[in-house]
Design a protein around this ligand. Structure first.
Ligand code: 13P
Length: 255
């Protein structure tokens, strides 16, 4: 049984006022979606402010990225220890914007994934193909390479606590959502890789989120697929109504 996870990646959006308002709005309505795990990932500048605005509500807090070292001369970076220290439980790693805008490699993402486990953070490890790769029939190979690369050396015990996210790059911020068949095919393949690399029990535990233009009107269909266990939401996570509507569409705990 996998509890749906609905995660908001706020990216580099909001300001101190709107971040607090958004967090308070989600916190106030979290009880409307029982059986769904809610998570918000604000910009790092607003993590503590959002933590305080969430208060005791059942809404998790996550970072959008981090460096793999604990501390030191790494100007501009935020460490796993810092995220844990301010009360974040999760961290998004290997997001396509980190890969393609900032040049992160599978090896970088692997170091970060290991560092997240070491700091007691739950990594949400993202994979996803470019449009050219899909058009060239390379989707499965790209996803396998990213899966292997990001998770090198990760044990079964560790992966059982992690979350995977499939975000086709061409669907992010474009309004061009993957079809349920396209998404489910990749999710099922990721589940198969988890079974092959680890075991069936672990594969049945790990949640695999879909991300890329998830909106209230397409969420139900996507989240109804057997291997889609939640959503990683960009634009629609900045509106309380849309975020909660997507959470509601996940239908709560499924068998
Ligand atoms: P959009 O929902 O805005 O397409 O963004 C998806 C995403 O990148 C979430 O991490």
């Amino acid at each position: 049984m996998r509890t749906p996870l609905i995660a908001g990646n706020w990216k580099m959006n909001t300001d101190s006022t709107s971040a607090a308002e958004l967090a308070r709005g989600i916190a106030a309505r979290a009880a409307e979606v029982p059986g769904v795990e809610l998570l918000v990932c604000p910009p790092s500048a607003y993590l503590t402010l959002v933590r305080d605005a969430l208060g005791d509500a059942a809404v998790g807090l996550g970072g959008q990225n981090m460096y793999h070292e604990t501390s030191g001369a790494f100007t501009g970076e935020i460490s796993p220890a810092m995220l844990a220290d301010i009360g974040a439980q999760s961290v998004i790693l290997g997001h396509s914007e980190r890969r393609h805008v900032f040049g992160e490699t599978d090896a970088d993402i692997n170091k970060k994934t290991q560092a997240a486990f070491a700091a007691g953070l739950r990594p949400i490890v993202c994979v996803g193909e470019l449009l050219e790769e899909r058009q060239a029939g390379q989707t499965a190979a790209v996803i396998r390479r990213q899966f292997e690369g990001a998770l090198a050396g990760v044990s079964a015990e560790q992966i059982a606590t992690a979350v995977l996210a499939y975000e086709p790059v061409w669907a992010i911020g474009t309004g061009q959502v993957a079809t349920t068949e396209q998404a489910e095919e990749v999710h099922a393949d990721l589940r198969k890789q988890l079974t092959e690399r680890y075991n069936a029990e672990v594969a049945a535990t790990v949640r695999i989120l879909y991300g890329g233009s998830v909106k209230p009107d397409n969420a139900g269909q996507l989240l109804g697929q057997p291997n889609i266990d939640g959503a990683l939401i960009g634009g629609a996570s900045l509106k309380v109504d849309d975020f909660l509507a997507i959470a509601s569409a996940s239908g709560g705990v499924t068998a």
